[in-house]
Design a protein around this ligand. Structure first.
Ligand code: CAA
Length: 379
């Protein structure tokens, strides 16, 4: 067993760390306050290749392995989780369905555009279909060489900026997971509209919107996989997505740890720095230990994915362990800062809000536990 990163992985991590420190961290607080991300930053990220990270080289991407991707996500998340989620969704659930299940024709047509920075989003969730993804009601009616899509999707990360949507919809009049189909939809098609932008607790730099689909005509060639494969397409995309979210949580958690240590070194109470008070040192030790455990689980899930081995359970374990360890780290970081941690002046206030969603999206902690338990208990 070798715990060293390759030269390439270290190089990527350092490059992204520099980029995040120079280009993202200085404006992270402002993006959070204003609830926006400047297009100039998105353009710089396009130029630096962030939108092609996981895309195969033959389609204009960088083709990085999943461990490298995890390192990149962790570094970006230390600076701004709102920025990192844009990159995560684009490089996983927004594009994986096309890369894995699209025909060669549409892969050649669209993957290079996505890799160059035309942004992708993933539309599965609906008002009545959150954790129970198979309860979705958006419809896809086949008419000749097209499908006509109708329905409403919510909580679509990247939905406002996206040029491409992966949309899950079912044959009208059906229920259950077997009649669900996945499509690549160009967002500028007639009938696609952005309905509502969410005003969120955290990840405020990223856009999360509702998307309405009204008689959207999608060419049959844009079906991803076969008819009826949609649920499995979505689930397999989420498996990889969950590794990214695990490392997003760990990036936020590491930022919490760094800020807590920095503060505990200089803040004096009872005549000495907080760091020299055992109760505080213990909190810092627990933050580091819990996150390191989750990080190793994440690397293993990444390794299994790249080895082409099953990793559904391991991705779920990594996500639940990482998001919960990082959430506790954020809580401890605020606690160590005392009253200051409750004020916007200190970044731990933002981290505390940002980390919360990592226990919710791409499958709640409860859903991850359901997935894990099913794997551990099946014959
Ligand atoms: N890969 C491939 N196939 C899978 C799979 C996987 N990981 N998981 C399940 N399947 C297959 C099963 O094998 C089964 O196939 P058969 O019909 O051949 O038997 C089929 O899918 C149905 O599986 P289940 O019976 O397990 O389905 P279920 O209805 O009980 O649901 C669930 C399973 C795990 C709860 C699923 O609904 C789920 O993951 N829910 C959470 C949804 C979610 O994560 N949403 C995130 C939204 S996107 C987002 O958050 C992005 C963002 O903004 C950042």
């Amino acid at each position: 067993m070798n715990f060293d990163f390759t030269e390439n992985q270290t190089m990527f991590r350092d490059m992204v760390r520099d980029f995040a420190r120079q280009e993202i961290a200085p404006i992270a607080q402002q993006m959070d306050e204003e609830g926006t991300m400047p297009e100039t930053l998105v353009d710089k990220m396009r130029e630096a290749g962030f939108f092609g990270l996981t895309f195969p080289e033959q389609y204009g991407g960088m083709g990085v392995d999943t461990t490298t991707y995890a390192l990149v996500v962790e570094e970006l998340s230390k600076a701004s989780a709102g920025v990192s989620v844009m990159i995560c969704v684009h490089n996983s659930v927004g594009s994986y369905p096309l890369a894995m299940y699209g025909s060669e024709e549409i892969k050649q047509k669209y993957l290079p555009r996505m890799a160059a920075g035309e942004i992708a989003a993933f539309c599965v969730t609906e008002p009545g279909a959150g954790s129970d993804a198979a309860a979705l009601t958006a419809t896809a009616r086949k008419e000749g060489d097209k499908y006509i899509l109708n329905g409403g999707k919510i909580f679509v990360t990247n939905g406002a900026r996206a040029q491409f949507l992966v949309v899950l919809a079912r044959t009208p009049g059906t229920t259950g997971h077997k009649d669900i189909h996945a499509f690549l939809v160009e967002k500028d098609l007639p009938g696609v509209s952005v309905a509502k932008k969410e005003d969120k607790m955290g990840l405020r730099a990223s856009d999360t919107v509702a998307i309405d689909l009204e008689d959207v005509e999608v060419p049959a060639t844009h079906l991803l996989g076969q008819e009826g494969d949609g649920f499995k397409v979505a689930m397999s995309a989420l498996d990889g997505g969950r590794i990214g979210i695990a490392f997003q949580a760990l990036g936020i958690g590491k930022a919490c740890l760094d800020e807590a240590v920095k503060y505990a070194k200089v803040r004096e109470q009872f005549g000495k720095p907080l760091l020299h008070q055992p109760v505080i040192a213990n909190m810092i030790a627990d933050m580091g230990t819990e996150m390191e455990g989750a990080r190793l689980m994440g690397y293993r899930a990444a390794w299994l994915k790249d080895a082409g081995r099953p990793y559904t359970k391991e991705a779920a374990m990594a996500k639940v362990a990482a998001s919960e360890a990082a959430w506790r780290a954020a809580d401890r970081a605020v606690q160590i800062h005392g009253g200051y941690g409750f004020c916007r002046e200190y970044p731990v206030e933002r981290y505390y809000r940002d980390v919360r969603v990592t226990r919710i999206y791409e499958g709640t902690s409860e859903i991850q536990r359901m997935v894990i338990a099913r794997h551990l208990t099946r014959d």
